[in-house]
Design a protein around this ligand. Sequence first.
Ligand SMILES: [Cu+2]
Length: 322
Amino acid sequence: MNQLLIALTVVLVVAAVVQVIRILELSAELRGGNTNKVNDKDNRNQGALMLLFMIAMVVSFFWMWFKWEPLMLPGASSEHGVQIDNLMAITMGIIIVVFLITQPLLFFFAYRYRGKKENKASYVSHNNRLELIWTAIPAIVLTVLIVYGLKTWSGIVNKDTSDAQVVEFYARQFDWTARFTGQDGMLGEANVRNIQGANIVGIDMEDEFGQDDVLGRGEIYLPVGQPMLFKFRSQDVLHSAYFPHFRMQMNCVPGMNTQFAFTPTKTTDQMRQETGNPEFDYILLCNKICGAAHYSMQMTIKVVSQEEYDRWMSEQTPLANS
Ligand SMILES: [Cu+2]
C-alpha cells in the first residue's frame, strides 16, 4: 500500500512539473518571446550551473573520502597483501590526481567558453603535438601499471609451497568445512561419492592419509607466520572463498581443485589492538551469489601463536575416531 502511494505521488509530482513548464512556455510565447531560441541569458545561466556543479562535485568527492574512509579494511594481514595494498594505493593515487585535474577543467571550460552572441568559435583542424601528448602519456602510464600489476600477481601465485601447511576448504550451500592434514601432513583422497554420516567432505577412509584428517566448522585456528597452502573444492555450485583481511579470494568450482598460498602475518589479538576493536575477527565469506542463504556462508578464523595452535589442534578429533 505504502509503495503504491509513493509511486502515485512521484507520478503526480512529475505531471505537475511538466504542466508548470508548459504554462511558462505558453506565457513566454504570449509575451512575444521565442522559447526555442537560446539567448545570452540562457548561456549565462547554464555556464553558472556548470561552475556550481564543478564545485559541488569536488566538495562531495572530499566529503565522501573523509566520511567513508573509516569503513575501509584495515592494513593487510598477509605478506602478499601488503604488495596488493601498494598496487591499489598507487593505482588509486594516479586515478585521483587525473580525476581532480581533468573533471573540474571540463566544467570550468564549459563555463569559461560559454556562448555569447558577439563571439565566434574558431576552428582548429589538427594538432600533431597535442595528439602525441594525449596518446603517449596515457599509454606509458597504463603500460607501467599493467606490468607492475602482472609482476605483483605472478609473484603471488607462483610461490614455493614445499614447506607450506595444507588446509582444504570445502564449499557447499550454505557453509564451509575446513580440513586439516592431521599428524601426517597430508590430506587423504576425497570424492563426493564418499559423503556419509560425519564424513561430510567425502574423504576416502580406505586411504591412510585420510584417517587422521581433522574437520573444522564455524571457527578454525591458523598459526601466525606459517606459510599456508589453501585448497578449495565445491560440492554443488560456484562459490568463492574470500578472506578480505588477507587480501585473498579464490573460486571454488565443482569438479575442480583450486588453491592459493599465503602467510598470515598478524594474530587476531594484534589486530584487535591495532583496530581498537576488541571483537575483531578474521572472516571467510562466500563472494559468489550462490543461492538464497549465500549471505550466511561464513567462517571465523583465529590467527594465533604456534603453541596456541598446537594446543587447539590437539583438542580436535581426527575423522576416523568421530
Ligand atoms: Cu557460496
